[in-house]
Design a protein around this ligand. Sequence first.
Ligand code: F6P
Length: 350
Amino acid sequence: MHWFKLVFTDNFTRTFKLASSIDKMSSKIQKIAVFTSGGDAPGMNACIRAVTRGGIHHGLEVVGIHNGYNGMIDGEYAVLQSYQVGNIIRRGGTILKTARSERFRTKKGMAKAHAALKKHGIEAVVAIGGDGTFSGANEFTDKYEIPFIGIPATIDNDMFGTDNTIGYDTALNTVVEAVDKIRDTADAHNRLFIVEVMGKDAGFIALRSGIAVGAEAVLVPETDTHVDSLLALLAKGWKSKRTGWVVMVAEGDDAGGAFKIAEQVKEKFGHFDIRVSVLGHQQRGGAPTCMDRVLATRLGVGAIEGILEGRSKVMVGIVNNEILYTDFSKATKHHKEINKHLLELTRILS
Ligand code: F6P
């Protein structure tokens, strides 16, 4: 393995590994598999491309498993050639399909998956997905010796061990585009719109997009929502003749989602003209943004390098612009904190 040293102007040095210099000869692994699992996220295809071509670059045979853990159990394996991942960097969804597998949670399912991986000569696995995907992988690798590396891909951005997950940036841009349009009609009719975005346990999408659209309030699962405070804010705005309102709410907010909040507001303020808009699954689709394509590419190659270095039971992430490997047990159990300062910003600027 080759190393080189960079000397920075502010007098600190860091040692970097040259991606192309990782020595395949030091690793016995010849054949790996890659699959996507859980809710899809824009950029999964870009990541499949990076894993495939990164693996081939290092002399590995790369096999795609279709339909997530279900396909792993059922033997849906096919070798990926470089040309097969051409031109997918810009496509939403996942060419390998995805699933949430109940069967893989069982002992029997895991044993079948192990037998199928062995039968196909797979020596290491790259799992592209979120929390549930890595919990499964963690349990599996406790029982069986095949190395697993995870790549975080979920629009929710709720993974510890990486600043951003694949798909988050694209989802944010989708939300901002949609809510800008909603804002036009909200202003035209002097209406209050309660916009619900995805995030059953996390408010990252609601918070960041809420700032970007200038939302009057942002409600997230990470903090207790007091509808009374929202009502007070609306009353204040009403007095100051504010027209057109947007309140962003994450689907998992403790106040119960957009429709429930709308009901409570209507009860107190019958004079408000309220509409609810649930953005739904459009947030999961579409061409990935530049940010997501680059993130997916770096993480895909980072996973291959991790395998060649002999790592297992880890998720590859990027923290402060550097590749970092976090144990599955930490990545799945630790909670990524929402930025309270950003939340405060929405209050100050409302
Ligand atoms: O991928 C995560 C997520 O988008 C959550 O925010 C959402 O609650 C969930 O998936 C919905 O997924 P599905 O419709 O696939 O059950």
